[in-house]
Design a protein around this ligand. Structure first.
Ligand SMILES: NC(=O)c1ccc[n+]([C@@H]2O[C@H](COP(=O)([O-])OP(=O)(O)OC[C@H]3O[C@@H](n4cnc5c(N)ncnc54)[C@H](O)[C@@H]3O)[C@@H](O)[C@H]2O)c1
Ligand SMILES: N[C@H](CO)Cc1c[nH]c[nH+]1
Ligand SMILES: [Zn+2]
Length: 436
């Protein structure tokens, strides 16, 4: 099948403009989706379960009549695990173990230090009480996303985990429920989209209000998360998947073609980009894609994604490749080159960096250990992978000895008076040992 994928070179006069246009999709989509998400969120906030049921029936093609039908309790999750092929259950358990082991290294303990006069300063770290985990389920089922969202929350010690997942046409995916069981989810609610995010943010008669919502999803989910931020915490905006492969032209073109497909098959809105210093290699990858796509079960989604949002970019040098990669700030960056360790330090913006020819992004999606919930749409410039730190919060700890309070009051008092805040000044001065 022929693929009309955008192709350009860093030598083109319009290169920067073309690149900008390639990456500018989210803002265009935002205005299209914004209004409908606003309406959905407001309805769920004001009407609770009634709106949640109506919107779920509409968007997921269901015929639910009571909210109780939307809830799957922990014991039903365990039953689902019995219906799933034991090889898949084993793989889920092994993946969960690897993800857990990686995330255990992220735990931030409380800390404190003592000054000479006995004053103690520090931070007390506590887990969140209740979190909502969004697991996408519109176009594909994501048991792996259950593990990636829930394991770090478990490692952090979160009190209660409520998972939402859409079940279009009422098709419940047993592997998703099994993953929820393996990871230790407390309750699953089969709703999705902006209505699920709103229900978790504001609470309904059936869905408990949570402290934070985490997890990826399509543009409706991402827009809703952005909208409810403030009423609840959110992790990041993790939208349609992206991959940027940087190749030196020495990798197997079939492997690279499949790596590009691997993210394109998620969604028509997913983005796969290849950058190479070798123009002939780019052609080989294109030929390989046109050959291999005929055998792909999700070829329509792949084609739409590659033709709408994909690109093959020729650059003059690895320096230039790195410069472009830092502009793209992709969710996933594959460095399919001979010496990735020489270049990795120059990458400033990427959700996850896959180093070398034997590290396909797909291994990170399932079981390498690091989280696959990653910042998309260039937000890797300021966001990080989902981690234990997203489920922990910090309280400052201050204990003043009498001597310490007295010394600090000498600093605080003039500052408070400089702000004309007399009560502040006096509050500090009362603690002085020598008030003269
Ligand atoms: N970044 C990550 O870590 C990560 C991980 C897994 C998946 N993903 C991405 O998550 C996304 C999953 O998307 P999905 O669609 O399969 O599932 P989803 O669960 O995110 O979205 C499905 C929901 O979207 C809502 N919706 C669909 N069309 C709508 C419309 N016209 N108006 C209002 N609401 C509408 C419906 O409520 C539906 O339940 C993909 O883009 C995939 O690439 C990202
Ligand atoms: N690549 C997705 C994150 O962008 C995660 C995923 C789940 N399953 C397969 N892939
Ligand atoms: Zn993936």
């Amino acid at each position: 099948m022929q693929l009309n994928i955008r192709q350009f070179s860093s030598k083109d006069a319009n290169f920067r403009k073309d690149l900008e246009q390639l990456l500018s999709w989210e803002s265009v989509s935002d205005t299209r989706v914004q209004k409908s998400v606003e309406e959905i969120v407001n309805r769920v906030r004001l009407e609770g379960d009634a709106a949640l049921i109506e919107l779920t029936n509409k968007f997921d093609r269901r015929s639910v009549s009571s909210a109780a039908e939307l809830v799957i309790e922990a014991d039903e999750l365990a039953q689902a695990a019995e219906r799933v092929d034991s090889k898949i259950v084993d793989a889920l358990k092994q993946a969960a173990e690897r993800v857990k082991s990686y995330h255990e290294r992220q735990v931030q303990p409380s800390w404190q230090y003592e000054e000479a006069d006995g004053t103690i300063l520090g931070q007390q770290i506590t887990p969140l009480d209740r979190v909502g985990v969004y697991v996408p389920g519109g176009k594909a089922a994501y048991p792996s996303s259950v593990l990636m969202n829930v394991m770090p929350a478990k490692v952090a010690g979160v009190g209660e985990i409520v998972m939402v997942v859409p079940t279009p046409d009422s098709e419940v995916n047993d592997i998703v429920l099994t993953a929820a069981h393996v990871a230790g989810v407390d309750r699953v609610i089969t709703v999705g989209g902006a209505q699920a995010v709103a229900a978790l943010a504001y609470g309904t008669e059936t869905v408990p209000k949570v402290d934070k919502i985490v997890g990826p999803g399509n543009i409706y989910v991402a827009t809703a998360k952005r909208m409810v931020f403030g009423a609840v915490g959110i992790d990041m905006i993790a939208g349609p998947s992206e991959i940027l492969v940087v190749s030196d032209g020495e990798s197997n073109p079939d492997w690279i073609a499949m790596d590009l497909f691997s993210q394109a098959e998620h969604d028509e809105d997913a983005q796969s980009i290849l950058i190479s210093t070798d123009a002939a290699f780019i052609e080989k990858v294109k030929v390989s894609m046109e050959r291999q796509i005929d055998d792909m079960s999700r070829q329509e989604i792949i084609k739409t994604s590659l033709e709408g949002r994909g690109a093959l970019i020729h650059v003059e040098s690895m320096e230039e490749a790195v410069e472009v990669a830092n502009i793209v700030a992709a969710e996933h960056l594959e460095l399919s080159i001979a010496n990735p360790e020489e270049w990795v330090g120059k990458i400033r913006h990427a959700g996850a960096i896959f180093m070398g020819r034997y590290t396909p992004e797909a291994l990170g999606d399932y079981c390498a250990g690091p989280n696959h919930v990653l910042p998309t749409s260039g937000t890797a410039r300021f966001s990080s992978p989902l981690g234990v730190y997203d489920f922990q919060k910090r309280s400052s700890i201050i204990f003043c000895s009498h001597e310490g309070a007295s010394e600090m009051a000498k600093i605080a008092s003039p500052l408070a008076r400089g702000e004309s805040l007399e009560a502040h000044a006096l509050s500090a001065e009362f603690r002085m040992i020598d008030k003269a």
